[in-house]
Each structure stands twice: as structure tokens, then as C-alpha cells.
Design a protein. Structure first.
Ligand SMILES: Nc1nc2c(c(=O)[nH]1)N=C([C@H](O)[C@H](O)COP(=O)(O)OP(=O)(O)OP(=O)(O)O)CN2
Ligand SMILES: [Zn+2]
Length: 149
């Protein structure tokens, strides 16, 4: 049976700031992120299986990505916890804002590495993460490929 890639797309609104960056993105600002998740596997061949013909049910993939990423990042502001931005994060959090502290600089590159680890841990054994594409602006995106790593 052939290996087939399938892709599901997601979107979420997230704020961030790049501490120490030498451009405008050191300021707190936000993006409408678009995330494409591609997995690879063999379509289920047992005719009596409810998921016959599917690599993974799109809705099962959606549940994983929603729980691990979309529901966590959507309408949150992400800060690098290893910077003085923790103080700003605490102030915002104390005032009821949705804040997310991460252990990395929240660039699209680092976010896509984080997302890949989280999704890989949740996929069934016979399905592999093929690639992720995280679009930050209309003209900027980062990609993670299993074959590169
Ligand atoms: N390699 C990276 N460079 C930059 C990142 C990043 O995640 N990785 N992030 C930013 C900013 O957060 C923001 O995304 C600005 O990106 P940029 O493409 O520069 O945005 P513009 O609106 O200026 O894009 P144009 O389409 O060129 O107007 C900065 N760099
Ligand atoms: Zn940005």
C-alpha cells in the first residue's frame, strides 16, 4: 500500500515580542498565524474498519492539534521566559490576560520546532509527522520537515 501525506490547516491569533531583537518586532504585537500540519502513513485497508481508506481521520488530527497548539496559543501573548519579559508577563497575567511563557525566543522557527515535538508525541504509532508550515505574515513562514531533522 502506498504512503500518503495528508494535511490539515489551522489558524490562531497570537501576540508575541522578540526580546533583544533589533527591529520593530521587539515590540509586543500579534499575528494571524496559519499552521499546516502534514502527516504521512498508509490508508487503513481493512474494509470493516470505520476509518477504512484513511491515513488518520482529519477530525482526530484536528483534535490533537487543537489541544496541543491552537487552544493554547489562540488569543494568548507569548513571551520568552528567559528574559525580563517575565515581569511584563506576570503583570498581564495578574490582570487577567492570557499569557504563555515559553523556553525559547518566540520566532516562527522556534515555534514550529516546539509544535513538531508536541504533535509527534500525540500521533498514533503508525503515523508520522511529515512537515509543518507556520505562516506568520502574508509573506513570512517557517517550515519543519522530518527529513531535515
Ligand atoms: N527569521 C525570522 N525573522 C523574523 C521573525 C521570525 O519569526 N523569524 N519575526 C519577525 C516579526 O515577529 C514579524 O513576523 C515581522 O516579520 P516581517 O516579515 O518582517 O513582517 P513585515 O510586516 O515587515 O513584512 P513585509 O511583508 O515585508 O512588510 C521579524 N523577523
Ligand atoms: Zn511578530
Amino acid at each position: 500500500m502506498s504512503n500518503i501525506r495528508i494535511t490539515k490547516q489551522f489558524s490562531f491569533e497570537t501576540g508575541h515580542a522578540l526580546y533583544g531583537y533589533d527591529g520593530k518586532c521587539r515590540n509586543v504585537h500579534g499575528h494571524s498565524y496559519k499552521l499546516s500540519v502534514t502527516v504521512i502513513g498508509t490508508p487503513i485497508s481493512e474494509k470493516d474498519n470505520a476509518k477504512y481508506g484513511m491515513v488518520i481521520d482529519f477530525s482526530d488530527l484536528k483534535k490533537i492539534v487543537k489541544e496541543e497548539i491552537v487552544d493554547v496559543f489562540d488569543h494568548a501573548t507569548v513571551f520568552n521566559k528567559n528574559t525580563p519579559h517575565v515581569e511584563l508577563a506576570k503583570e498581564l497575567s495578574d490582570r487577567g490576560h492570557q499569557v504563555l511563557l515559553v523556553n525559547y525566543q518566540p520566532t516562527s522557527e522556534m515555534m514550529v520546532i516546539d509544535f513538531a515535538e508536541k504533535i509527534k508525541q500525540r500521533l498514533p504509532q503508525n503515523i508520522n509527522l511529515h512537515s509543518l508550515r507556520l505562516q506568520e505574515t502574508a509573506t513570512s513562514f517557517a517550515e519543519w520537515y522530518a527529513s531535515d531533522n
